[in-house]
Design a protein around this ligand. Structure first.
Ligand SMILES: Cc1ncc(C[n+]2csc(CCOP(=O)(O)OP(=O)(O)O)c2C)c(N)n1
Ligand SMILES: [Mg+2]
Length: 271
């Protein structure tokens, strides 16, 4: 897909995210808006997947560790054909397949249940190791957040991924410097983040998470790396695309009301 088309997909994803969180009157708009460009690149360009056959054996796996941002994944799945876009309106409703934190029990195409932070990278390490043992050639992608690095399990996974030379593992981080209570560096300092992972033995790529060409290039380079796992640190802006949400921790987990949602969508359409 052309870069301009991917940017258009990202815009559509953002609009659906706003509609979903507004209709549910609960949920997390900030993270999903910040990840929309990356998810457009994944679902419309990078992933080897088939929306009409979500269980195909050789598909790439995408583990979403920071499960609270699942609106971006549901919107990407609907727009790429896993299910009807109209189903997005059931987000967070009782009985819906689209719960506020994703579950493998309800929706094919979700590769791990999440919401309890810190577990995703370990799950991805297990899947990568399994794929190696079985001589399978698909990739394992792991979406992780900066806030969840406060969970020690992340660092155990980081260590074992290098030990087992898991070059089929491509982790990427939503590095927005924000978590539920504010700035990550004040709450639990992470910097120098890239250097930490490099010291562990990871191939580390740092990229602007809103530059579509750069996002594609980063993933393509990660795919080519051999002998070590890759971490792409994507610098993102929480709430990207909606002026009154950008970089504001309060939009981590509060829904826009009708008026705010209309304003947000108008801004996104104006682009
Ligand atoms: C194990 C665990 N501890 C605490 C929480 C509560 N919690 C939900 S989101 C969040 C902040 C995580 O930071 P990040 O993913 O960087 O947030 P974002 O950038 O999306 O605002 C926390 C602490 C949780 N879901 N799981
Ligand atoms: Mg964050």
């Amino acid at each position: 897909m052309k870069i301009e088309e991917l940017k258009e997909k990202a815009k559509q994803i953002r609009i659906e995210v706003i509609k979903m969180v507004n209709a549910a009157n609960s949920g997390h708009p900030g993270g999903p808006l910040g990840l929309a460009d990356i998810y457009a690149a994944l679902y419309f360009q990078i992933l080897n997947h088939d929306p009409k056959n979500p269980e195909k054996v050789d598909r790439d796996r995408l583990i979403l560790s920071n499960g609270h941002v699942c609106a971006v994944r549901y919107a990407s799945m609907a727009l790429s054909g896993y299910f009807e876009v109209s189903e997005l309106a059931t987000f967070r409703r009782l009985g819906s397949r689209l719960q506020g934190h994703p579950s493998t029990r309800y929706l094919s195409g979700i590769e791990s249940s999440s919401g309890s932070l810190g577990q995703g990278l370990s799950i991805a390490v297990g899947l990568s190791l399994g794929a190696k043992h079985q001589k399978q050639s698909h990739k394992i992608y792991a979406c992780i957040s900066d806030g969840e690095c406060g969970e020690g399990m992340t660092w155990e996974a980081a260590q074992s991924a290098v030990h087992y030379k898991l070059d089929n593992l491509i982790a990427f981080m939503d590095r927005n410097f924000i978590q539920i209570d504010g700035n990550t560096e004040q709450i639990m300092r992470l910097e120098p983040l890239g250097e930490k992972f490099r010291t562990f033995g990871w191939n580390v790529i740092e990229e602007d998470g809103h530059n579509m060409e750069g996002i594609i290039k980063a993933f393509e380079n990660a795919k080519k790396n051999t002998g070590s796992p890759t971490l792409i640190v994507f610098r993102t802006t929480l709430g990207k695309g909606v002026s009154f949400m950008e970089n504001k921790p309060e939009w981590h987990g509060s829904p826009p009301n009708k008026e705010q949602a209309e304003k947000a969508i108008a801004e996104l359409i104006a682009g």
